[in-house]
Ligand binder design. Structure first.
Ligand code: F6R
Length: 241
């Protein structure tokens, strides 16, 4: 596990962007795993800027997002498909058909999970997976107790996760109770993982990820076993390391 300490959120985003650009430059058909949430927004701003400056093109890039809320469609401003279009895809030269986010309104969520998993397998590999860190140690929406051998599946969201994400909704009641997420084993198969952590409220979770026991009760702890993980953490998040 490589830990890169940076000053603040801006530096974390810049560092993450340069790691991703390296992967894109070194692959003819790069496959990126992407996350939503507050943490990677700065990274996406950097990637948009680099694309506008013509430092990088995404024309040959394929992306797979980690997760999506069940029940929200692409036009819902709280769906992760909407988030990705707004925060990244609409502003870069990636063909939209190369971008994948689980379909939260699929008629049959179980079938959607199988098809999403299959699409990742068909792409052959994920070159680099971007992750944020949940306060309870979740990665993707794999909540504590999720099997380390899980593949893409439907999850019941923890009350704590719904509360943490309620800031984006009008009220807590509006936060969906289920999501589709890549499984832990799916995430662990990516060739490289870049986990971004910013802010004092993540310090305890980061400490547990790096120094804690490897246990399904704290899903992110499995990353200790991955051969190519880079954690980019700002000062505030690193205070307990
Ligand atoms: C998002 C995701 C989640 C977030 C995590 C941290 O696609 O899978 O695991 O990365 O909840 O969220 P933020 O960045 O909002 O603190």
């Amino acid at each position: 596990m490589r830990i890169i300490n940076v000053k603040d959120y801006h530096d974390m985003s810049e560092k993450a962007s340069s790691l991703l650009l390296d992967v894109i430059e070194n692959n003819e058909h790069p496959v990126l795993g992407l996350a939503t949430g507050s943490t990677p927004e700065g990274l996406y701003e950097q990637l948009i800027a680099k694309n506008k400056e013509k430092v990088v093109s995404f024309q040959n890039t394929t992306t797979f997002n980690l997760d999506e809320y069940v029940g929200l469609d692409a036009n819902d401003s709280n769906s992760y498909r909407y988030f990705m279009n707004e925060k990244l895809f609409n502003h870069i030269d990636i063909p939209l058909e190369n971008t994948h986010v689980p379909n939260g309104v699929a008629e049959n969520s179980e079938v959607e999970c199988k098809e999403y998993e299959q699409a990742i397998q068909n792409a052959d590999r994920v070159d680099v997976q971007v992750l944020g860190l949940g306060l309870n140690g979740h990665i993707g929406f794999n909540e504590p107790g999720t099997s380390f051998s899980s593949r893409t599946h439907v999850v019941e969201l923890d009350e704590s996760t719904r509360k943490a994400n309620a800031r984006f909704f009008e009220s807590l009641e509006e936060v969906p109770t289920q999501a589709i997420t890549m499984g832990i084993d799916t995430i662990m198969e990516s060739k490289e993982i870049v986990l971004l952590v910013s802010g004092e409220n993540k310090a305890e979770a980061l400490k547990q990820l790096v120094h804690g026991e490897i246990t399904e009760d704290f899903p992110a702890s499995i990353l200790q076993k991955h051969k190519n993980v880079t954690i980019i953490a700002d000062k505030a998040a690193s205070t307990k390391l």
